[in-house]
Design a protein around this ligand. Structure first.
Ligand code: WTA
Length: 652
């Protein structure tokens, strides 16, 4: 039964071949079948993608599969479809009508099952609500919701009427909402009074109110009553979800939109202070998420799939809402924390709902390892047949534990590499075909021409580190940064003209497997979430006591990376434990709790080059190793490093 190990004595070095039984039933059953299809898909990517796109429902066929004017792509030009209709109506009108689309559990234990027919009713009603409130195709709508079915319903209703959603993760603070409102020019907000997290209500509407005090273009705020916490409603602007849904029809005629009609904007961190608005469009995005779910998660009609991400991130967009629903699968959705009431919550839910495919992040797995094997051991996890990982490189220890304690030694693990920008999974094993080694995302998906290049643009030799690039366009790629084509070109397409630069370092082994090393830019990966060091720095310098700030990542056993901040104080302020606490809270207040620095070091000066550039590289080395190995003679003041070193290592 177990997925076969090769002979290596060290389990971390072993190769895990797909389980034979799994492979027999899988869509792609052997490495040679993958290789053959992959080569063909790279020779003729348009043919591959057109075949996948044809499995969706189009209102009008496309006339051209790809229009490529680097770096601007159009896929399925001239075609028209309705994304929501593909995710909902298509199933609600066929044999899947009474099949569960979403099995939802709230953190306090409340449960709901929504069939595809019911989902169609809810989405249609909410589409009518949006239209009744004057929201039209092309309008931007900000969604700030807990993990409740209404978050997916709101997204799908926007897609249905052609409005462009911008989901903001519920953990972000008012300033982050404000930035996104301003950049996207949103006209409406959909939110809730609050959501449950670790047994407490996290208020959401008050945070929206705070942002809206500084942004007046939002005409309507639709508020879901989730927790019953006390909130205020502004007359003429704010309305309740339930009231609005009461008096609208459950019929809504969806119309087709151009394949390149914008579907959503999702902001993500980059190298500069302002998050980037990643724009995704309709036909190509849906094709990419649909096809990757089908092949990589091997989705079947009898599967119960569960992705533990939040809809506030790209994983929630592509692998909770659009991809799984386009495949008509049954999925589990959960509102709260993995450790509430204890670390058995996920495993208990897998047992209860008979989850067959489970997709989570390495940071969660590391927290489970720490909590102890006894939690998963208490539950029957035998329904599982496939596991997935996303968000950061999975360390071998986490991979092996996941494989053994969750997958019972029999489930393939798909370690999926991709990004907000790529829209869908790019590099991943195919569960019935690809031999896996802990720590590698293995091989590119069909139609994805991935490579590792050196600085001169040549392909790296096996095991040589370089930069990860994609050499041909693919349907679910971001089309541009919202309202900033120049920055789009510069950030992603200028290192090697015509090629997409992912911003990740990588190497390929002799078998061609991709090993992702991590970000090459000033982006941190904290618990699988992208945070820009520049964003945290600008939050810090916005505090009245701070003159200058430099933020770097340091390795962390649980979170992957932790946030280390160095600040110089303005005259009149002195370092104190209270000030450190205040600065950490200040960042949480400006950006959100996920960005809260783990360490704050006050220093007399920051290490700079003679031309005045802060040397973050040195700070990074210092917090990672406690010392500096290289030459620091270019430093303006090398004393700074010596005193910082003392501080970090506690004077040793
Ligand atoms: C990292 C999340 C190694 C990578 C879907 C990438 C990974 C960034 C993996 C994108 C993986 C994601 N192995 N690294 N399987 N998956 N990453 O936009 O650095 O939130 O560039 O998208 O996460 O993060 P984003």
């Amino acid at each position: 039964m177990s997925s076969k190990k090769s002979t290596s004595a060290d389990p971390a070095e072993a190769t895990y071949k797909p389980d034979k039984k799994f492979a027999k039933k899988a869509r792609i059953s052997s490495l040679s079948e993958y290789q053959e299809l992959y080569q063909e898909s790279i020779r003729k990517p348009q043919k591959f993608w057109a075949k996948e796109a044809k499995e969706l429902q189009w209102r009008k066929p496309w006339s051209k599969t790809l229009k490529w004017d680097p770096p601007f792509a159009e896929w399925f030009t001239g075609g028209e479809l309705n994304v929501c209709e593909n995710c909902v109506d298509r199933h609600a009108e066929g044999p899947r009508k009474n099949k569960a689309a979403i099995i939802w559990e709230g953190e306090p234990g409340d449960k709901r099952v929504i069939t595809y027919a019911q989902l169609k009713r809810e989405v249609s009603k909410f589409a009518n609500v949006l239209e009744k409130n004057g929201i039209e195709a092309g309008d931007r709508v900000l969604i700030y919701m807990p993990m409740v079915p209404e978050a997916a319903i709101a997204m799908l209703a926007c897609a249905r009427i052609g409005a462009v959603h911008n989901v903001v993760f519920g953990g972000f603070a008012a300033d982050a909402i404000l930035d996104r409102l301003e950049d996207s020019g949103a006209v409406a907000v959909i939110t809730a009074d609050g959501g449950w997290r670790r047994g407490k209500v996290i208020p959401l509407k008050p945070t929206v109110d705070d942002a809206l005090q500084r942004f007046s273009k939002v005409r309507r705020v639709i508020v879901l009553n989730r927790c019953g916490n006390d909130i205020s409603m502004q007359e003429g602007r704010d309305v309740w979800w339930a009231d609005e849904m009461e008096n609208v029809s459950a019929q809504h005629t969806a119309k087709g939109f151009d394949s390149e009609h914008p579907l959503f904007i999702l902001y993500t961190s980059g190298s500069t202070g302002k998050p980037k608005g990643i724009l995704h469009t309709s036909g190509g995005y849906l094709t990419g998420t649909y096809a990757t779910c089908k092949y990589i998660f091997d989705m079947r009609d009898d599967d119960v799939y569960w992705c533990t991400a939040d809809v506030g991130w790209i994983t929630g967009h592509s692998y909770i809402v659009y991809g799984p629903l386009a495949n008509g699968v049954t999925q589990v959705m959960y509102e709260g924390a993995p450790n509430f009431p204890d670390f058995g919550r996920f495993w208990q839910m897998i047992e209860e709902y008979g989850v067959t495919i489970f997709y989570t992040a390495p940071t969660a797995i590391r927290a489970f390892i720490k909590a102890g094997d006894a939690f998963p051991a208490k539950y029957d996890l035998s329904s599982l047949r496939l596991l997935g990982s996303v968000g950061e490189p999975i360390n071998p220890e986490a991979w092996l534990w996941y494989h053994e304690h969750i997958g019972g030694g029999k489930c393939p693990i798909v370690d999926t590499w991709w990004q907000t920008e790529t829209g869908a999974i790019m590099i991943s094993p195919l569960p019935g075909a690809t031999p896996c080694k802990p720590g590698t995302a293995t091989l590119p998906f069909f139609g994805i021409d991935a490579a590792v290049l050196d600085d001169a643009g040549n392909e790296c030799k096996p095991n040589e580190d370089g930069r990860l690039v994609i050499r041909q366009p693919w349907p679910s790629m971001t089309r541009t940064l919202y309202k900033d084509k120049a920055r789009f070109k510069k950030v992603y397409w200028s290192d090697y003209p015509g090629f997409y630069t992912a911003g990740d370092g990588a190497r390929r082994d002799k078998k061609g497997n991709f090993w992702i090393i991590g970000r090459l830019d000033d982006v941190l990966n904290v618990s699988g979430h992208r945070l820009g060091t520049a964003e945290i720095e600008s939050a810090l310098v916005a505090h009245h006591a701070v003159a200058e700030a430099a933020v770097v990542g340091r390795p962390d056993d649980l979170k992957g990376q932790a946030v280390a901040a160095f600040v110089t104080l303005k005259t009149g302020y002195e370092e104190s434990p209270e000030l450190v606490v205040e600065l950490r809270n200040h960042v949480a207040h400006v950006i959100g709790a996920i960005a809260k620095p783990d360490d704050v070091y006050c220093t007399a000066a920051l290490p700079k080059t003679r031309s005045g550039k802060i040397m973050r590289r040195l700070l990074k080395e210092l917090v990672s190793t406690g010392k500096i190995s290289g030459n620091i003679t270019t430093l303006e003041d090398s004393e700074v490093i010596t005193s910082l070193q003392k501080k970090i290592t506690g004077g040793s």
